[in-house]
Write a protein that binds this ligand. Structure first.
Ligand code: ADP
Ligand code: MG
Length: 724
């Protein structure tokens, strides 16, 4: 079909579509976690002793003895098979932002040729996907490509139901034969460990006696777009790159803010219900959903969970969102910037740290002593952001997130901390030496006018800060919508571990020289603020004044693109951070740089090839057709003695020509392969390739606004954003 025929057909298919049959909603109690083999189900299925040792493993990560593993595996298999499952798979999280799985049947045949089933502890614990084509950043030579997956018993197994069958999924880590982490789960587990150890040191020095293991919590708000598949299928860029590489802005965009928190379109509501029922079956606590700022944009946020589980659930959510959307005739876009000029999508990672005995350590608590713990942990975060801002920037760096960061819709590419007026003043007072401590009648007096208590402002907090304190947690707002939350969580936990160790060293020295506890804490915090207070910023993060001040006066770094950001993985301070805390060895860290850099380059190259292809095969031909019809009209009019103005023809011809000149340059640029370093290659992509893509787009978008709608082949922004 040529011209706009396919668009017209898509619109008619959408308007005439039969609505999805709305299933009668099932009561939460009958579906909640029904597909998860959780502790409650284990308790039913296992003997008392087996359950006890399994529970200990789930809660502490302690290894499971082989005999118990066999018993647990058998119980798992029986449970799964009773629900019709015939296959199992270790699911793991390679260094890309996706998940990987290799399915195996429970079935084996015996010598009589009868089908029997088998699932032993060793099969549960260890899998051996070949895995040679997963990115490993030179850790494994291809001739030693073996990697293996190992069950993470702290994250429950579950049944993934699809229309094509059901599979028992076993959350796993993925490592090389030589034991190096090839995934996003191992570093996360290690970072929790490191943070636990360091936090324990600080709490012990604070005189806490009963200290349960510390963990971090994560609640991630996920933004996404839904576009009808009839349109998406006509856009190679949406299908292959997840974003539009062309598209003139519509007359009406998001300027009225009439979509934000508006009534959810009926068809989307049906999708959400279906999607959320699946989440509930998997024990994922979906809590909030609403329209987002841009037309066609929505958000879902589950209730927060411990970091490791939250990270697994986040991956599962992204997978299910896409597959469920497809069933409902939508393409779900998790890309950070699917439509230029329209707000993009982020993933706010809400993060806190706590344990069963001291509670949430980022909550001020209700006694001066709790306040001190809180101030120390909060101070540790401030120091972390100051020392490791470039690392935080690097873990959210991707070709797609580059379109959001630095634009005035998402937090800037300068990492700072927003504390809110009240808390900022407390830290400022500490810095200025205004906080005096004393002990009166055994009660600690911090010299603060009252016990710290922060109102949780539900409204618009500082939207311009990349890293904001929100009453009892921090919200890392610069994370991209398509990213795994694991990288950000690893960075936050690890920088916190480092800062808590720094604090513990200071406290140990001060307490050793006879200073009382409250004074030691306040003077440590004063030192911390003197050295690291520059990271605290409560103003407008979008303003040019901040961009100047942050760099010139505060010594913070503005890191605009992923090409500038990723080399942070190679900085000595970052290497030392991960090595000292045991979270990533230098080899593992280097492999991450290589994998992420490669992904960056590949993403931009794929987009560039699409730009060349679409410009040449769709847009230029449309321009030529239009010119042709203008020329014909001109001749015909002349015969009638009427002169037709030639402005449009001239403009279209000039734009089409100019576009093709840039297309040739881009094709040539894509041929370049002689880069001395990966860094140089990334910079070339960031500047040269992206620069040419932008130029081509300008011409193409201009053509879209000039050429007859009847000839335009690609669904337009207003169609994709507004027709549901
Ligand atoms: P917002 O106003 O930002 O929409 P919400 O109350 O919807 O705030 O919370 C956003 C996310 O933060 C949710 O996933 C929520 O569960 C999570 N969250 C709340 N408290 C904590 C906490 N202490 N630690 C981590 N995440 C939390
Ligand atoms: Mg929020």
């Amino acid at each position: 079909m040529s011209g706009n025929k396919s668009r017209v057909q898509a619109i008619s298919q959408i308007t005439n579509r039969q609505p999805m049959v709305v299933k009668k909603p099932e009561p939460l109690s009958s579906i909640w976690a029904c597909d998860v083999f959780n502790l409650a189900k284990m308790e039913e299925a296992l003997s008392k002793t087996a359950f006890k040792s399994m529970k200990n493993t789930v809660q502490t990560g302690a290894p499971l003895d082989p005999a118990t593993a066999d018993v647990v595996a058998a119980a798992m298999k029986d449970w799964a098979m009773s629900k019709g499952v015939k296959f199992f798979s270790h699911i793991f999280y390679p260094m890309t932002n996706i998940t990987a799985e290799k399915h195996d049947g429970f079935i084996i045949t015996n010598s009589d040729g009868n089908a029997i089933t088998e699932f032993s502890g060793s099969l549960l614990i260890k899998g051996e996907p070949d895995g040679s084509s997963f990115p490993n950043g030179s850790i494994r030579m291809t001739n030693a490509a073996r990697g293996y997956t190992a069950w993470d018993p702290t994250s429950p197994v579950y049944i993934m139901q699809t229309d094509n069958g059901s599979t028992l999924m076993i959350p796993s880590v993925f490592m090389s034969w030589t034991g190096e982490a090839l995934d996003k789960k191992i570093p996360l587990l290690r970072s929790i460990n490191a943070m636990n150890k360091a936090g324990n040191r600080v709490l012990t020095l604070m005189g806490e006696k009963d200290i349960a293991p510390l963990n971090s919590s994560c609640g991630a708000e996920q933004e996404y777009f839904l576009v009808d598949s009839n349109f998406a299928n006509l856009r190679p860029d949406l299908m292959l790159a997840g974003r539009t590489l062309f598209g003139a802005p519509p007359a009406k965009g998001q300027q009225f803010d009439d979509h934000y928190f508006g009534a959810i379109p009926a068809r989307v509501q049906v999708f959400m219900q279906d999607f959320e029922d699946q989440l509930y079956r998997l024990g994922i606590p979906a809590k909030t959903h609403h329209n987002e700022v841009a037309p066609g944009q929505f958000e879902i946020a589950p209730y927060f969970e411990s970091a490791n589980i939250a990270a697994d659930h986040q991956q599962l959510m992204m997978t299910l969102m896409k597959s469920t959307a497809k069933k409902h005739g939508f393409l779900c876009l998790l890309h950070e910037k699917p439509f230029a000029g329209v707000n993009g999508s982020g993933k706010h990672v809400n993060w806190s740290v706590g344990n069963a005995t001291q509670g949430n350590l980022l909550d001020p608590g209700s006694t001066p002593h709790d306040n001190l713990n809180f101030l120390l942990f909060c101070g540790a975060v401030i120091r972390g952001v100051h020392c490791f801002g470039p690392l935080l920037r690097a873990v959210i760096a991707s070709a797609s997130n580059d379109h959001r960061l630095g634009a005035n819709e998402a937090p800037p590419a300068i990492l700072s901390v927003y504390l809110g007026d009240q808390l900022e003043k407390v830290f400022q007072d500490i810095k200025d030496g205004k906080v005096a401590t004393s002990t009166k009648g055994g009660v600690m007096d911090l010299g603060l006018s009252q016990i710290l208590h922060f109102e949780r402002d539900p409204g618009d907090r500082n939207r311009t800060s990349p890293f904001a304190f929100t009453g009892n947690r921090f919200e890392f707002r610069a994370v991209g919508s398509s990213q795994s939350v694991s990288g950000p969580l690893v960075a936050m936990n690890t920088m916190l571990a480092d800062s808590l160790n720094w604090i513990a060293d200071k406290l140990e020295a001060k307490l050793g020289s006879g200073v009382d506890l409250a004074t030691a804490v306040v003077s440590t915090l004063k030192e911390l603020m003197d050295e690291h207070g520059n990271a605290v910023f409560g103003g407008d993060g979008y303003s040019s004044e901040w961009h100047r001040m942050a760099v010139e006066e505060r010594g913070l770094r503005n890191i605009p693109t992923a090409a500038d950001a990723l080399p942070a993985f190679r900085e000595a301070s970052v290497k030392k951070l991960f090595d000292d805390t045991g979270v990533l060895s230098p080899v593992e860290l280097e492999s991450r740089f290589e994998v992420y850099a490669e992904q960056y380059v590949l993403t931009i190259e794929v987009e560039a090839k699409l730009v060349v292809d679409m410009a040449k095969t769709s847009i230029y031909p449309a321009a030529i057709k239009y010119l042709n019809s203008l020329a014909k009209a001109n001749v015909a009019m002349k015969q009638m003695g009427i002169t037709l103005a030639d402005t449009t023809a001239k403009l279209v011809a000039a734009e089409a020509d100019a576009m093709m000149t840039e297309v040739s340059k881009l094709s040539a640029a894509l041929e370049r392969h002689d880069f001395a370093t990966t860094e140089e290659h990334m910079q070339f992509c960031a500047k040269e390739i992206r620069g040419l893509m932008d130029k081509i787009r300008l011409h193409a978008d201009k053509l879209e606004t000039e050429i007859s709608d009847e000839l335009w082949p690609l669904p337009k922004y207003q169609e994709m954003l507004f027709i549901k």
